[in-house]
Design a protein around this ligand. Sequence first.
Ligand SMILES: [Zn+2]
Length: 245
Amino acid sequence: MSSFTAIAWPTDGPGRRASAGTREADGWYVSFQTETEVETPGQAQGSIIGLDRGVAVFAATSDGELIEPVAFDRQRAKLARLQRRLARKTKRSENWGRLVAKIARLHQKIGRRRLDFLHKLSTRLGKSHAAVVLENLSIGNKTRSAKGTREEPGTHVAAKSGLNRAILDQGWGTFARLLEYKLAVAGGTLLFVPAAGSSQECSACGQRDANNRVSRDLFVCQACGYTGHADINAAKVILRRGIAA
Ligand SMILES: [Zn+2]
């Protein structure tokens, strides 16, 4: 980080010289750059971590951590209840208006809790790592893919819609932006790597096989026998790609 500081340099001071000063109407000015060390407590030098966006978890890390998402079950049930009640009210009636306001407040509360979670997580990761690697997979692409195209109608639309809902609910895009900013402040970097095949690739030997992913959570390499949590394996693959890049 560097910043410019301009200080007034007295023109009449005995024996004073500004080596790189400029003469201005009201006296001499000298500008210089200062190096400011950004305090980064706990940041391991050279520490780099890979993150996989999970389906059941918010994210898995290459360090073996499974980060649970914010549970919105209670709020979601309440929201559904309020919306059912709203449907029975006469539009634009007083009761209808009160319910609309109540629903808006609930949405606001959910949003604040989610943002709070994203802030805390990105702060923690940004402070403790010099670099974080994420999959370069735009949310827009993943959202569009559920419906499929005319040529290739979407398969498992229900499952994919569920995934889309989960992604949008958890605010992965916001998370990436917050993390990028917090890493930058701490002098770190956010890296993006191609996503293709990361869930089928073995983090131990590099073998890629669709059969490697035995179930949603279980990864068993058909080549070398490496066994582990599927999301953590993917996070390790993402880390490897980040280091290679
Ligand atoms: Zn393997």
